[in-house]
Ligand binder design. Structure first.
Ligand code: SF4
Length: 274
């Protein structure tokens, strides 16, 4: 298979604290998965460190730098127009290489809605998608932390697909699994997710040094799913090196049981992925 360009093939010299490489360009992949097919990734964030307002125990990019001094470089977030010009170039190459693209997914080295010009970026990406891959859906993977902001909800609404994180139904578990940084309000996040239309809730279940799978935790998570009323739910577990080496994946049979429980209680289609 031919990838987007030479840069996206390069293994990043920058690694997360778990040794897993960061994404090295504004466009990466495509990455193949059973869930999405061939997904071309968009990284609007720095390439030399993870930029996120969560610090999930299972993060494939390792622990989140909490102070500027903990970042590997002083790289700044790039303006939307500069990113769009690089993305335009990469899309041209992907098209001429006949790179297989089933979906385009905004994600990257952290939380994409933290980009200060996120709305501008979404508008530009929609134009580029229409020009180069008009039949391909444009979606996002988000940690849900910024959807309380009206301008972020409006930008998210323009995308074809919104996959929003909800790893627990109680604040105590969210603190343990997602370890949010400053300015995170759990109740506000739940209400904001409820206000978003046609979202897919994504939940990652873990065991080991941190666990969100007890009967009480599953019960409160199902209550939260019922409140948010997404169009679908996806549950899955770790398949890459986690930030916390004590984290273990949940068994396939338990994932399936959780998905069946959720669907039976909420009547919302719930898929599970290994
Ligand atoms: S929200 Fe995503 S990028 Fe951020 S810490 Fe969690 S898993 Fe990592």
């Amino acid at each position: 298979m031919r990838t987007v360009n030479a840069q996206s093939l390069q293994r990043s010299p920058y690694l997360g604290t778990n040794g897993f490489p960061l994404q090295s360009a504004a466009v990466y992949g495509p990455i193949h998965s059973r869930r999405y097919g061939y997904s071309l990734g968009i990284n609007p964030l720095p390439v030399s460190y993870k930029f996120c307002d969560f610090d999930c125990v299972y993060c494939q990019y390792g622990w989140t730098p909490r102070q500027p001094g903990e970042q590997q470089t002083r790289e700044k977030i790039r303006p939307a127009d500069e990113l769009l010009s690089e993305i335009d170039h990469s899309f041209q190459i992907a098209l001429s290489n006949k790179t297989p693209v089933d979906v385009i997914t905004i994600a990257g080295n952290g939380e994409p809605t933290l980009h200060p010009q996120f709305s501008r970026l979404v508008d530009g990406l929609l134009d580029l998608r229409d020009r180069y891959f008009p039949k391909v859906r444009l979606g996002i993977l988000s940690d849900s932390s910024q959807c309380y902001r009206l301008e972020i909800r409006q930008a998210l609404a323009k995308l074809d697909d919104r996959s929003m994180k909800l790893d627990a139904g109680d604040w105590e578990t969210v603190q343990k699994v997602n370890r949010p940084l400053a300015n995170f309000d759990w109740t506000r996040t739940l209400r904001s997710l409820e206000a978003l239309k046609d979202i897919t809730l994504q939940t990652l279940f873990v065991q080991g040094s941190c666990d969100n799978t007890s009967p009480r935790q599953i019960e409160s998570w199902i209550e939260a799913v019922r409140l948010v009323r997404p169009k679908s739910v996806q549950v899955y577990t770790v398949d890459r090196p986690p930030a916390d080496a004590g984290i273990r994946p949940v068994s396939v049979s338990q994932l399936r049981t959780i998905a069946e429980q959720c669907e039976a209680a909420t009547h919302i289609p719930t898929e599970w992925f290994e």
